[in-house]
Write a protein that binds this ligand. Structure first.
Ligand code: ADP
Length: 160
């Protein structure tokens, strides 16, 4: 069984992430979408547990699971018996950092490889940060975020 891990912050999940998840689910037997609790990026809009709930609300694909991990993703992959990390590539700016991470991860876990999915054209400029910024200005979010979570995001921003 070919299992892939798709790690990220997902704060919150966007239509760009969902696009990658569905494509990865077509390519692998199982995909574990893993919320990485990153020491540098802590203090996000949603807690990791809330992010997981939001993902569950909008994705129901048989071979896709969700999880939270606070350790090294390369070690996490080993524990899960996964040999592939999935990453989405938007602009050239993603590329440099992601290739560096891929090399580091394969040094930690030599059985692990990283496979990149090019962002679909529609979502090339979409990130969670962009979606949050647009939400703060009450912009139309229907092209950025799944409709199932629109209200949750708006509500959270008014609370903060
Ligand atoms: P961001 O906050 O920038 O959305 P994440 O850490 O949540 O970043 O992203 C997780 C993974 O998803 C990364 O591999 C990132 O490159 C990828 N990704 C994020 N947004 C998109 C998108 N719009 N299209 C393709 N890949 C994406």
């Amino acid at each position: 069984m070919k299992t892939a891990i798709y790690p990220g912050s997902f704060d919150p999940i966007t239509l760009g992430h969902i696009n990658i998840i569905k494509r990865a689910a077509n390519a692998f037997d199982k995909v574990i979408v893993c919320i990485s609790v990153n020491s540098e990026k802590n203090g996000g809009l949603f807690t990791p547990e809330e992010r997981l709930e939001l993902m569950r609300k909008c994705i129901n694909v048989e071979n896709v699971e969700f999880d939270i991990n606070s350790g090294l993703v390369a070690e996490y992959a080993r524990q899960k018996g996964a040999r592939v990390l999935v990453k989405g590539l938007r602009a050239v700016s993603d590329y440099e950092q992601e290739v560096q991470m891929a090399i580091i991860n394969s040094k930690i876990n030599p059985d692990l490889d990283t496979i990149f999915f090019p962002s679909s054209e529609k979502y090339t400029y979409l990130s969670s940060s962009v979606a949050k910024e647009m939400a703060r200005y009450n912009a139309d979010l229907s092209e950025f975020l799944p409709r199932e979570i629109l209200e949750d995001v708006k509500k959270k921003l008014t609370e903060k």
